[in-house]
Design a protein around this ligand. Structure first.
Ligand code: GTR
Length: 396
Protein backbone atom coordinates (compact mmCIF):
# COMPACT_ATOMS: atom_id res chain seq x y z
CA UNK A 1 0.00 0.00 0.00
CA UNK A 2 2.80 2.35 1.03
CA UNK A 3 4.64 1.68 -2.23
CA UNK A 4 1.45 2.35 -4.14
CA UNK A 5 1.00 5.69 -2.35
CA UNK A 6 4.65 6.57 -2.97
CA UNK A 7 4.38 5.90 -6.68
CA UNK A 8 1.11 7.86 -6.79
CA UNK A 9 2.85 10.89 -5.22
CA UNK A 10 5.85 10.45 -7.47
CA UNK A 11 3.65 10.49 -10.57
CA UNK A 12 1.75 13.47 -9.19
CA UNK A 13 4.98 15.43 -8.65
CA UNK A 14 6.32 14.50 -12.08
CA UNK A 15 3.09 15.81 -13.64
CA UNK A 16 3.17 19.05 -11.60
CA UNK A 17 6.83 19.69 -12.33
CA UNK A 18 6.29 19.03 -16.06
CA UNK A 19 3.47 21.58 -16.07
CA UNK A 20 5.52 24.12 -14.10
CA UNK A 21 8.49 23.57 -16.36
CA UNK A 22 6.31 24.16 -19.45
CA UNK A 23 4.88 27.31 -17.86
CA UNK A 24 8.30 28.62 -16.82
CA UNK A 25 9.54 28.27 -20.35
CA UNK A 26 6.58 30.13 -21.81
CA UNK A 27 7.66 32.89 -24.13
CA UNK A 28 5.69 36.14 -24.16
CA UNK A 29 8.44 38.22 -25.73
CA UNK A 30 7.79 38.98 -29.41
CA UNK A 31 11.49 39.60 -30.02
CA UNK A 32 12.18 35.96 -29.12
CA UNK A 33 9.66 34.53 -31.62
CA UNK A 34 11.60 32.61 -34.27
CA UNK A 35 11.61 33.99 -37.82
CA UNK A 36 8.69 32.24 -39.48
CA UNK A 37 9.56 29.76 -42.20
CA UNK A 38 6.22 28.13 -42.97
CA UNK A 39 5.23 25.24 -45.24
CA UNK A 40 3.73 26.58 -48.46
CA UNK A 41 0.01 25.81 -48.98
CA UNK A 42 0.47 26.39 -52.69
CA UNK A 43 3.25 23.88 -53.46
CA UNK A 44 2.33 20.19 -53.55
CA UNK A 45 4.42 17.41 -52.05
CA UNK A 46 5.73 16.69 -55.56
CA UNK A 47 6.65 20.34 -56.04
CA UNK A 48 3.70 21.27 -58.28
CA UNK A 49 2.68 24.93 -58.02
CA UNK A 50 -0.99 25.04 -57.05
CA UNK A 51 -2.67 27.99 -58.74
CA UNK A 52 -6.16 26.85 -59.70
CA UNK A 53 -9.27 25.36 -58.15
CA UNK A 54 -8.88 21.93 -59.71
CA UNK A 55 -5.30 21.41 -58.50
CA UNK A 56 -6.25 22.76 -55.08
CA UNK A 57 -9.23 20.44 -54.65
CA UNK A 58 -7.71 17.35 -56.29
CA UNK A 59 -4.08 17.58 -55.13
CA UNK A 60 -3.20 20.02 -52.41
CA UNK A 61 -6.27 20.10 -50.18
CA UNK A 62 -6.26 16.29 -49.74
CA UNK A 63 -2.52 16.35 -48.98
CA UNK A 64 -2.98 19.00 -46.30
CA UNK A 65 -6.04 17.26 -44.87
CA UNK A 66 -4.17 13.94 -44.58
CA UNK A 67 -1.29 15.61 -42.75
CA UNK A 68 -3.58 17.32 -40.22
CA UNK A 69 -5.36 14.02 -39.71
CA UNK A 70 -2.26 11.89 -39.17
CA UNK A 71 0.09 14.40 -37.48
CA UNK A 72 -2.22 16.67 -35.47
CA UNK A 73 -5.85 15.73 -34.77
CA UNK A 74 -6.13 12.03 -35.46
CA UNK A 75 -8.77 10.25 -37.47
CA UNK A 76 -12.46 10.95 -37.47
CA UNK A 77 -14.22 7.77 -38.62
CA UNK A 78 -17.32 8.57 -40.65
CA UNK A 79 -18.93 5.14 -40.87
CA UNK A 80 -21.65 3.68 -38.66
CA UNK A 81 -24.56 1.29 -39.22
CA UNK A 82 -27.54 3.23 -37.98
CA UNK A 83 -28.56 6.57 -36.53
CA UNK A 84 -31.86 7.42 -34.85
CA UNK A 85 -33.29 10.37 -32.96
CA UNK A 86 -35.44 10.26 -29.88
CA UNK A 87 -37.13 13.22 -28.19
CA UNK A 88 -37.07 13.14 -24.41
CA UNK A 89 -38.41 15.51 -21.82
CA UNK A 90 -36.24 15.93 -18.74
CA UNK A 91 -35.61 19.64 -18.27
CA UNK A 92 -37.82 22.66 -17.93
CA UNK A 93 -37.90 25.00 -20.91
CA UNK A 94 -36.30 28.23 -19.61
CA UNK A 95 -37.82 30.30 -22.47
CA UNK A 96 -41.44 29.16 -22.78
CA UNK A 97 -42.48 32.49 -24.32
CA UNK A 98 -39.68 32.56 -26.89
CA UNK A 99 -38.90 28.99 -27.84
CA UNK A 100 -39.82 25.37 -28.21
CA UNK A 101 -37.28 23.11 -26.52
CA UNK A 102 -36.26 19.80 -28.04
CA UNK A 103 -34.08 17.51 -25.93
CA UNK A 104 -32.79 14.99 -28.41
CA UNK A 105 -31.04 11.70 -27.85
CA UNK A 106 -29.00 10.79 -30.91
CA UNK A 107 -28.42 7.05 -30.95
CA UNK A 108 -25.67 5.74 -33.19
CA UNK A 109 -24.81 2.09 -33.63
CA UNK A 110 -21.91 0.24 -35.21
CA UNK A 111 -20.92 -3.42 -35.10
CA UNK A 112 -23.72 -4.31 -32.71
CA UNK A 113 -22.93 -1.60 -30.14
CA UNK A 114 -24.60 1.75 -29.66
CA UNK A 115 -23.90 5.10 -28.07
CA UNK A 116 -26.39 7.80 -27.12
CA UNK A 117 -25.47 11.48 -27.16
CA UNK A 118 -27.64 14.41 -26.09
CA UNK A 119 -28.35 17.64 -28.00
CA UNK A 120 -30.55 20.43 -26.63
CA UNK A 121 -32.24 22.52 -29.28
CA UNK A 122 -34.27 25.73 -29.03
CA UNK A 123 -36.52 26.68 -31.95
CA UNK A 124 -37.95 30.21 -32.15
CA UNK A 125 -41.64 29.96 -31.41
CA UNK A 126 -43.17 32.44 -33.78
CA UNK A 127 -41.39 31.34 -36.97
CA UNK A 128 -43.31 29.42 -39.61
CA UNK A 129 -40.50 29.00 -42.14
CA UNK A 130 -37.33 26.95 -41.58
CA UNK A 131 -34.71 28.98 -39.71
CA UNK A 132 -30.89 29.05 -39.66
CA UNK A 133 -29.16 27.23 -36.80
CA UNK A 134 -26.26 28.04 -34.46
CA UNK A 135 -24.62 25.04 -32.73
CA UNK A 136 -22.30 25.58 -29.77
CA UNK A 137 -19.98 22.82 -28.57
CA UNK A 138 -20.01 23.24 -24.80
CA UNK A 139 -17.37 21.91 -22.41
CA UNK A 140 -18.03 23.84 -19.23
CA UNK A 141 -18.88 21.77 -16.16
CA UNK A 142 -22.59 21.01 -15.87
CA UNK A 143 -24.41 23.95 -14.34
CA UNK A 144 -24.74 23.33 -10.60
CA UNK A 145 -28.51 23.72 -10.34
CA UNK A 146 -29.13 21.47 -13.33
CA UNK A 147 -29.81 24.52 -15.49
CA UNK A 148 -29.82 23.95 -19.21
CA UNK A 149 -28.26 27.23 -20.24
CA UNK A 150 -25.66 29.71 -19.06
CA UNK A 151 -26.58 32.82 -21.03
CA UNK A 152 -23.13 34.37 -20.60
CA UNK A 153 -21.61 31.58 -22.64
CA UNK A 154 -24.53 30.57 -24.83
CA UNK A 155 -26.84 33.59 -25.36
CA UNK A 156 -29.92 31.59 -26.30
CA UNK A 157 -32.52 34.35 -25.97
CA UNK A 158 -30.47 36.81 -28.06
CA UNK A 159 -30.05 34.20 -30.79
CA UNK A 160 -33.75 33.36 -30.73
CA UNK A 161 -34.69 37.04 -30.94
CA UNK A 162 -32.50 37.34 -34.03
CA UNK A 163 -34.40 34.50 -35.69
CA UNK A 164 -31.96 31.63 -35.18
CA UNK A 165 -32.61 28.19 -33.83
CA UNK A 166 -29.79 27.30 -31.50
CA UNK A 167 -28.49 24.04 -30.10
CA UNK A 168 -25.70 22.80 -27.90
CA UNK A 169 -24.18 19.53 -26.78
CA UNK A 170 -21.67 18.87 -24.06
CA UNK A 171 -18.31 17.51 -25.21
CA UNK A 172 -18.58 14.81 -22.57
CA UNK A 173 -21.67 13.37 -24.22
CA UNK A 174 -19.21 11.58 -26.54
CA UNK A 175 -15.77 11.77 -24.87
CA UNK A 176 -14.96 12.79 -21.29
CA UNK A 177 -12.49 15.67 -21.04
CA UNK A 178 -10.05 13.68 -18.93
CA UNK A 179 -6.81 11.87 -19.69
CA UNK A 180 -7.77 8.57 -18.11
CA UNK A 181 -11.33 8.30 -19.34
CA UNK A 182 -11.62 10.15 -22.68
CA UNK A 183 -12.09 6.80 -24.46
CA UNK A 184 -15.13 5.95 -22.34
CA UNK A 185 -17.57 7.29 -24.87
CA UNK A 186 -17.77 6.66 -28.59
CA UNK A 187 -14.11 5.64 -28.91
CA UNK A 188 -14.29 2.43 -26.88
CA UNK A 189 -17.91 1.72 -27.79
CA UNK A 190 -18.10 2.48 -31.50
CA UNK A 191 -14.52 2.77 -32.74
CA UNK A 192 -12.31 0.62 -30.44
CA UNK A 193 -9.87 -0.14 -33.27
CA UNK A 194 -8.74 3.51 -33.03
CA UNK A 195 -7.24 2.98 -29.57
CA UNK A 196 -3.46 2.77 -29.56
CA UNK A 197 -3.05 3.91 -33.16
CA UNK A 198 -0.55 6.79 -33.43
CA UNK A 199 -3.00 8.59 -35.74
CA UNK A 200 -6.11 7.27 -33.97
CA UNK A 201 -9.17 9.20 -32.87
CA UNK A 202 -8.78 11.23 -29.66
CA UNK A 203 -11.03 13.71 -27.86
CA UNK A 204 -10.98 16.30 -30.67
CA UNK A 205 -11.98 13.68 -33.22
CA UNK A 206 -14.82 12.56 -30.95
CA UNK A 207 -16.11 16.08 -30.28
CA UNK A 208 -15.97 16.90 -33.99
CA UNK A 209 -17.80 13.63 -34.74
CA UNK A 210 -20.56 14.72 -32.36
CA UNK A 211 -21.01 18.00 -34.25
CA UNK A 212 -21.51 15.92 -37.40
CA UNK A 213 -24.19 13.82 -35.73
CA UNK A 214 -25.96 16.96 -34.51
CA UNK A 215 -25.91 18.16 -38.12
CA UNK A 216 -27.47 14.83 -39.19
CA UNK A 217 -30.37 15.72 -36.91
CA UNK A 218 -30.68 19.29 -38.19
CA UNK A 219 -30.61 18.14 -41.83
CA UNK A 220 -33.77 16.08 -41.47
CA UNK A 221 -35.58 18.66 -39.28
CA UNK A 222 -38.43 20.44 -41.08
CA UNK A 223 -38.04 23.63 -39.04
CA UNK A 224 -34.30 24.03 -39.63
CA UNK A 225 -32.59 25.48 -42.68
CA UNK A 226 -29.47 23.34 -42.28
CA UNK A 227 -27.70 24.93 -45.24
CA UNK A 228 -27.57 28.10 -43.12
CA UNK A 229 -25.68 26.60 -40.24
CA UNK A 230 -23.14 28.09 -37.87
CA UNK A 231 -20.74 26.04 -35.75
CA UNK A 232 -19.24 27.74 -32.68
CA UNK A 233 -16.57 26.64 -30.22
CA UNK A 234 -14.49 28.36 -27.59
CA UNK A 235 -10.91 27.46 -26.76
CA UNK A 236 -10.67 23.65 -26.65
CA UNK A 237 -13.98 23.31 -28.47
CA UNK A 238 -12.90 26.07 -30.88
CA UNK A 239 -10.13 23.70 -31.98
CA UNK A 240 -12.72 20.90 -32.25
CA UNK A 241 -15.03 23.13 -34.33
CA UNK A 242 -12.27 23.80 -36.82
CA UNK A 243 -11.50 20.11 -37.16
CA UNK A 244 -15.24 19.33 -37.45
CA UNK A 245 -15.66 21.80 -40.27
CA UNK A 246 -12.54 20.60 -42.08
CA UNK A 247 -14.22 17.16 -42.09
CA UNK A 248 -17.77 18.21 -42.82
CA UNK A 249 -18.67 20.64 -45.60
CA UNK A 250 -22.21 21.08 -44.27
CA UNK A 251 -21.25 23.99 -41.98
CA UNK A 252 -21.75 27.37 -43.67
CA UNK A 253 -19.86 29.37 -41.02
CA UNK A 254 -17.29 28.14 -38.51
CA UNK A 255 -16.32 30.26 -35.51
CA UNK A 256 -13.34 29.48 -33.26
CA UNK A 257 -13.05 31.87 -30.32
CA UNK A 258 -9.62 32.08 -28.66
CA UNK A 259 -8.69 28.61 -29.88
CA UNK A 260 -4.93 29.20 -29.56
CA UNK A 261 -2.38 26.40 -29.76
CA UNK A 262 -3.46 23.56 -32.04
CA UNK A 263 -6.36 25.73 -33.26
CA UNK A 264 -6.00 29.18 -34.78
CA UNK A 265 -2.45 30.00 -33.69
CA UNK A 266 0.67 29.19 -35.70
CA UNK A 267 2.64 26.54 -33.76
CA UNK A 268 6.06 27.61 -35.04
CA UNK A 269 5.77 30.93 -33.19
CA UNK A 270 6.13 29.08 -29.85
CA UNK A 271 4.47 32.06 -28.14
CA UNK A 272 2.30 31.29 -25.12
CA UNK A 273 1.13 27.69 -25.10
CA UNK A 274 3.45 25.43 -27.11
CA UNK A 275 2.93 22.02 -28.71
CA UNK A 276 4.87 20.45 -25.85
CA UNK A 277 2.85 22.27 -23.19
CA UNK A 278 -0.50 21.25 -24.67
CA UNK A 279 0.52 17.64 -25.30
CA UNK A 280 1.84 17.37 -21.75
CA UNK A 281 -1.26 18.74 -20.02
CA UNK A 282 -3.78 17.23 -22.42
CA UNK A 283 -2.26 14.05 -23.88
CA UNK A 284 -5.71 12.85 -24.97
CA UNK A 285 -6.79 15.81 -27.12
CA UNK A 286 -4.62 15.27 -30.20
CA UNK A 287 -3.27 12.24 -32.07
CA UNK A 288 -0.24 10.65 -30.38
CA UNK A 289 1.75 11.59 -33.50
CA UNK A 290 1.47 15.27 -32.52
CA UNK A 291 3.91 14.60 -29.67
CA UNK A 292 6.71 14.06 -32.22
CA UNK A 293 6.71 17.83 -32.60
CA UNK A 294 7.12 18.67 -28.88
CA UNK A 295 9.85 21.35 -28.93
CA UNK A 296 10.32 20.68 -32.66
CA UNK A 297 7.53 22.73 -34.19
CA UNK A 298 9.75 23.62 -37.16
CA UNK A 299 9.61 19.97 -38.29
CA UNK A 300 5.81 19.92 -38.64
CA UNK A 301 4.93 19.24 -42.29
CA UNK A 302 2.00 21.68 -41.97
CA UNK A 303 1.16 24.55 -39.62
CA UNK A 304 -2.10 26.08 -38.47
CA UNK A 305 -2.14 28.71 -41.26
CA UNK A 306 -3.06 25.77 -43.54
CA UNK A 307 -6.20 24.89 -41.59
CA UNK A 308 -8.56 27.63 -42.92
CA UNK A 309 -7.87 26.34 -46.44
CA UNK A 310 -9.55 23.04 -45.48
CA UNK A 311 -12.73 25.00 -44.64
CA UNK A 312 -12.62 27.31 -47.69
CA UNK A 313 -14.65 28.57 -49.44
CA UNK A 314 -17.10 28.37 -46.51
CA UNK A 315 -16.96 31.26 -44.08
CA UNK A 316 -14.53 31.21 -41.16
CA UNK A 317 -14.21 33.48 -38.14
CA UNK A 318 -11.53 33.79 -35.43
CA UNK A 319 -11.37 36.02 -32.40
CA UNK A 320 -8.80 36.78 -29.72
CA UNK A 321 -8.62 38.57 -26.37
CA UNK A 322 -5.78 40.88 -25.41
CA UNK A 323 -5.60 39.35 -21.96
CA UNK A 324 -5.33 35.84 -23.40
CA UNK A 325 -1.62 35.80 -24.30
CA UNK A 326 -1.48 32.05 -23.57
CA UNK A 327 -3.49 31.57 -26.80
CA UNK A 328 -1.13 33.89 -28.78
CA UNK A 329 -3.50 36.48 -30.30
CA UNK A 330 -0.96 37.55 -32.91
CA UNK A 331 -0.43 33.91 -33.93
CA UNK A 332 -4.21 33.47 -34.23
CA UNK A 333 -4.47 36.58 -36.42
CA UNK A 334 -1.57 35.44 -38.62
CA UNK A 335 -3.04 31.95 -38.90
CA UNK A 336 -6.17 33.48 -40.39
CA UNK A 337 -4.49 36.16 -42.44
CA UNK A 338 -2.14 33.67 -44.11
CA UNK A 339 -4.88 31.04 -44.27
CA UNK A 340 -7.20 33.47 -46.07
CA UNK A 341 -4.87 33.37 -49.09
CA UNK A 342 -6.69 30.19 -50.18
CA UNK A 343 -9.97 32.13 -50.09
CA UNK A 344 -8.45 34.91 -52.15
CA UNK A 345 -6.15 33.14 -54.59
CA UNK A 346 -8.14 29.96 -55.19
CA UNK A 347 -11.72 31.04 -54.61
CA UNK A 348 -11.45 34.68 -55.70
CA UNK A 349 -12.86 36.21 -52.51
CA UNK A 350 -12.38 39.92 -51.80
CA UNK A 351 -9.98 39.95 -48.86
CA UNK A 352 -7.80 42.71 -47.50
CA UNK A 353 -6.09 42.20 -44.13
CA UNK A 354 -4.07 44.91 -42.37
CA UNK A 355 -0.29 44.56 -42.67
CA UNK A 356 0.34 44.91 -38.96
CA UNK A 357 -1.45 43.02 -36.21
CA UNK A 358 -0.57 45.86 -33.82
CA UNK A 359 -2.53 48.37 -35.94
CA UNK A 360 -5.91 46.60 -35.65
CA UNK A 361 -8.50 49.03 -34.30
CA UNK A 362 -11.80 47.44 -35.38
CA UNK A 363 -13.20 44.05 -36.38
CA UNK A 364 -11.94 42.85 -39.77
CA UNK A 365 -15.03 41.58 -41.57
CA UNK A 366 -14.16 40.50 -45.10
CA UNK A 367 -15.91 38.29 -47.66
CA UNK A 368 -16.19 34.87 -45.89
CA UNK A 369 -13.31 35.60 -43.48
CA UNK A 370 -13.54 37.58 -40.25
CA UNK A 371 -11.56 38.41 -37.14
CA UNK A 372 -11.79 40.55 -34.04
CA UNK A 373 -9.71 41.13 -30.96
CA UNK A 374 -11.13 42.65 -27.80
CA UNK A 375 -9.94 43.76 -24.39
CA UNK A 376 -10.26 41.33 -21.50
CA UNK A 377 -9.57 37.77 -20.57
CA UNK A 378 -9.97 34.29 -22.04
CA UNK A 379 -13.72 33.79 -22.37
CA UNK A 380 -16.56 33.51 -24.87
CA UNK A 381 -18.42 36.68 -23.95
CA UNK A 382 -21.49 38.51 -25.21
CA UNK A 383 -19.11 41.06 -26.79
CA UNK A 384 -17.64 38.24 -28.90
CA UNK A 385 -21.08 36.97 -29.91
CA UNK A 386 -22.35 40.44 -30.75
CA UNK A 387 -19.43 41.28 -33.06
CA UNK A 388 -19.51 37.80 -34.59
CA UNK A 389 -23.26 38.03 -35.29
CA UNK A 390 -22.59 41.16 -37.39
CA UNK A 391 -20.32 39.00 -39.55
CA UNK A 392 -22.98 36.28 -39.70
CA UNK A 393 -25.55 38.79 -40.94
CA UNK A 394 -23.34 39.56 -43.94
CA UNK A 395 -22.07 36.06 -44.64
CA UNK A 396 -24.84 33.55 -44.03
C1 GTR B 1 -6.22 25.60 -21.58
C2 GTR B 1 -5.45 25.03 -22.71
C3 GTR B 1 -5.81 25.74 -23.97
C4 GTR B 1 -7.31 25.97 -24.11
C5 GTR B 1 -8.01 26.16 -22.78
C6 GTR B 1 -9.53 26.02 -22.76
O1 GTR B 1 -5.87 25.13 -20.35
O2 GTR B 1 -4.11 25.18 -22.43
O3 GTR B 1 -5.29 25.08 -25.09
O4 GTR B 1 -7.90 25.02 -24.90
O5 GTR B 1 -7.56 25.33 -21.81
O6 GTR B 1 -10.12 25.15 -23.38
O7 GTR B 1 -10.14 26.83 -22.06
Amino acid sequence: MKTLMNSFFLLFFIQISMTLQAQNQTNYDESKVPALVLPDPFVSEKGVIIANLEDWEKIRRPEIFNLFESEVYGMLPKDFDEISFELVSEKKNPYPGLAELEEVNIIVSRNGKSHTMRVNLFLPKDKKTPVPIVLLINYLPAYPDGKLVDEDFWPVSELLKRGFATASFHAETVAPDLADSYQNGIISTLYPEQIGMPNGMKAYGAWAWAAMRAMDYFEQHPKIKSKKSVLVGHSRTGKASLWASANDPRWAITYANESGCGGAAISRRKYGETVEAINTRFPYWFADNFRKYNGKEETLPIDQHMLPGLIAPRAIYYSSAKGDQWADPKGEFLGLKLGSRVYKQIYGKEIQFPDEFESIQAPIHQESVGYHIREGKHDLSWTDWEIFLEFVKKNL
